[in-house]
Design a protein around this ligand. Structure first.
Ligand code: KG4
Ligand code: ZN
Length: 354
């Protein structure tokens, strides 16, 4: 059994979490998250300088809260896991520096974690991960990434470059979450707009506006969402001129959401058949989308796959430190850690290769 403290400051969430790992379970004991969304909202997106300065103020209170709520003492911790890549470099440096200081002071190892590996592990938090059969199709759909992976083995056995090795498709332009956020902005919703579109679309007609599905050919598992943004912008202007935007807003949201969800399903199904996947997992902020969850449940079953798709619990879809502690726990068990003065060499990387 090991106790891992996770830290996440790669973007606009400042989060700390304690996770207990044993060979059968990844149990989240606490998560303390300060979301900066309201600070960035007036600017319509994340302002990096504001993000890093705010992380500096909130990281220690989050760490104290996570340790207290877990009912442990800091001396009980076995390791500290921290997101060191990818992300806003100034924001990452706050978590990395806090992690280094605490790990060094406590004399325990520091585990660098790739943010996307954290999202991947979010699906194993507080669940029985022995039920997962491999190969696993994994879709990471967030504000920064739309990546499709075919993962061959359980996280206990992931090689250090697991993401690089298993990537089969990615967005060539905007990420799925970015497509939600940018179209939501055009429609006048506050940042981040994904959840607003989700809510406004409920019960409306997803076929009202025939928005484009890019790259439909089977030869690639890549995605492209920038055309959708243009199409929504043109349609929005037309509706505004006709004075019909308010009336058609729910159908517009349902149709653009369907275009994103459809594009995701098309590539997921092709890649899963081609690679003989047994299980499907969808993680990241966009995995909170209700239509995506509904569609993948039915389509995956209709396509003849037997085990139902896996989604993280809602609270683990958007950025949080529990997923970082979880990924860190697997890395810690594999000995992929930094110890003693070596841990001082850890740096933040804004844009690693994958
Ligand atoms: O994973 P995440 O918290 O941050 C990144 O690592 O990027 O994802 C944030 C993204 C935002 O683009 C947000 O609009 C989107 O997730 N999102 C949603 C929903 N909830 C959050 N998109 C669609 N439907 C939702 N319900
Ligand atoms: Zn994320």
């Amino acid at each position: 059994m090991s106790l891992i403290l996770g830290l996440e400051t790669s973007c606009d969430e400042c989060s700390a979490s304690v996770v207990r790992y044993d060979p059968t379970e990844l149990k989240v004991l606490s998560v303390a998250t300060y979301s900066q969304i309201s600070l960035h909202r007036p600017y319509g997106g994340v302002v990096p300088e504001i993000a890093s300065r705010n992380h500096l103020e909130t990281i220690n209170p989050m760490i104290d809260q996570a340790i207290a709520e877990a009912g442990i003492r800091s001396a009980d911790l076995d390791a500290i896991a921290v997101t060191n890549r990818p992300g806003l470099v100034g924001a990452l440096l706050v978590g990395v520096t806090a992690g280094k200081s605490l790990a060094y002071a406590l004399g325990i190892p520091l585990v660098p974690v790739h943010h996307l590996e954290g999202h991947a592990v979010s699906v194993f938090l507080d669940t029985d991960r022995n039920t997962v059969e491999y190969p696993l199709t994994l879709a990471i759909v967030s504000g920064g990434h739309t990546n499709l992976y075919i993962i061959k083995a359980a996280p206990e056995l992931w090689p250090p470059d697991v993401l690089k090795r298993s990537l089969v498709g990615r967005s060539r332009d905007d990420a799925a979450g970015e497509a939600f956020d940018k179209t939501a902005k055009l429609l006048g919703f506050p940042y981040p707009g994904g959840a607003w579109i989700d809510r406004t679309a409920r019960g409306s007609d997803p076929r009202a506006f025939p928005f484009p599905r890019a790259l439909p050919q089977k030869a690639t598992y890549d995605f492209s969402f920038s055309g959708l943004k243009t199409a929504v912008s043109i349609e929005t202007e037309k509706l505004k001129r006709a004075g019909e935007l308010d009336k058609r807003l729910p159908d517009l949201c349902a149709s653009l959401q369907e275009a994103i969800v459809d594009a995701l399903w098309t590539k997921i199904s092709h890649a899963s058949r081609e690679h003989g996947s047994r299980t499907l997992a969808i993680v990241g902020g966009v995995a909170a989308n209700s239509r995506l969850r509904e569609k993948l449940e039915t389509e995956w079953k209709n396509a003849g796959f037997t085990s139902p798709p896996l989604f993280p619990q809602m609270k683990y879809c958007t950025d949080n430190a529990a997923m970082i502690a979880g990924a860190g726990a697997f890395r810690f068990r594999q000995g992929l850690v930094l110890r003693g003065r070596d841990l001082m060499t850890l740096n933040a990387i804004a844009n690693p290769e994958i």
